[in-house]
Design a protein around this ligand. Sequence first.
Ligand SMILES: Cc1ncc(COP(=O)(O)O)c(C=O)c1O
Length: 410
Amino acid sequence: MSILGNQSVGKENKGSALTIGKEAREAKAKDSSVIDSTIGMLFDEEGKFYTFKMVDKIIKELTPRQKFGYPATAGDQKFHEAVKHWIFREYYDDITSKMETRVIATPGGTGAICSALTNYLSLGDKALFPNYMWGNYTQLAREANLGYDTYELFDNDGNFNIDDLRKKCNEMKKAQGRVLVVINDPCQNPTGYIMKYTEWMQVVDIANSISRDGTPFVLLYDMAYIDYDSRGFEASRKNIDLLTNLGDNAMAILAFSGSKTLGLYGLRIGAEVCICKNKSDADEFFQANEYTGRGKWSSSSILGMNVISETLTNHKEEFEAELAHAQKMLIDRANLFIAEAKKNNLKTLPYQCGFFVTIPCEDPKAIFEALKQRGVYIIPLKGVIRVTLSSITNDEIVRIVKIISEVLAK
Ligand SMILES: Cc1ncc(COP(=O)(O)O)c(C=O)c1O
């Protein structure tokens, strides 16, 4: 009999991007021609880890207390406002005047998702995830003692499958009397899909139609890659403004990632932001999620919070100029990948932009092994392999498309 508690038997962090990424890094250290297309971090065209100079400068200027002291679990007002201004941008006044909003600092977007899953479903309930998803969602659900179901991300025409989302939400409502659905947009991980404004409008309609009779509906909006949207800042924020149409009993919880927007991956900082109609729901959000933070990780990184507050409040323009450079680098890679894939007849799932692109295949694990033999590391997922564009150079994109096409043709 295992010494582990019943709920922990069988846990194994196998096949995650972090584990395969470690193997890839070790292989590349021995042979520089190896392509490490695994972990979602941004690297420049020389293969060097991408750092925002402004972020680096601010870290050096903070006092020891600002870097290492204990923060409040939820973070301070300056952090909350900095995050809200950043993610609402020109819609800040509209959103905050029409809706109640609250912010809790979390260890990355991961912490925000963990806290939302912990507080908005009852034990044993199921969360609703996309069928192509960031693999960690299922681990986060299990850690919250939840199950999960999936909705089809795409319809037959490669658009967001709003009909399946509606159907699955109704099934959840019937089965458990509450719904929590995760939408990861823009630049969805792993596909790189970007939802259209009209698709977001329909999502808000679903939330309102499900919750009209008092059924709690939580839209957990994982916006980890929001700042890499090839349409620019405005388009993604316009979608967030649609959330002001949410009615009673519906709540949007936004998971913001300091890892992706500011390159603070290992610092573990992000935020959980709620948008809802009623003050009592918003107050309850703050209390329950602050409690979870204290009970699970005590507090998030004060260094992370202060870097975000300072960068996004007092050095926004300089940071945005650097971010524009990072965005362009990624968009150029995305365009190159699309062109090379076309040339090599390599089919991908619908892809617009972002850190990742996916290629459907019959046996992802076998393809992963075959690619490894050719010095290429990717992530095998269910029914697809995921190529990470953020971590490879344009030269490597040309090589990787050719190698993958050859391996798939065998
Ligand atoms: C889709 C998605 N959501 C959330 C995260 C969370 O990132 P972090 O916890 O580092 O902010 C990631 C990280 O890779 C991701 O890909």
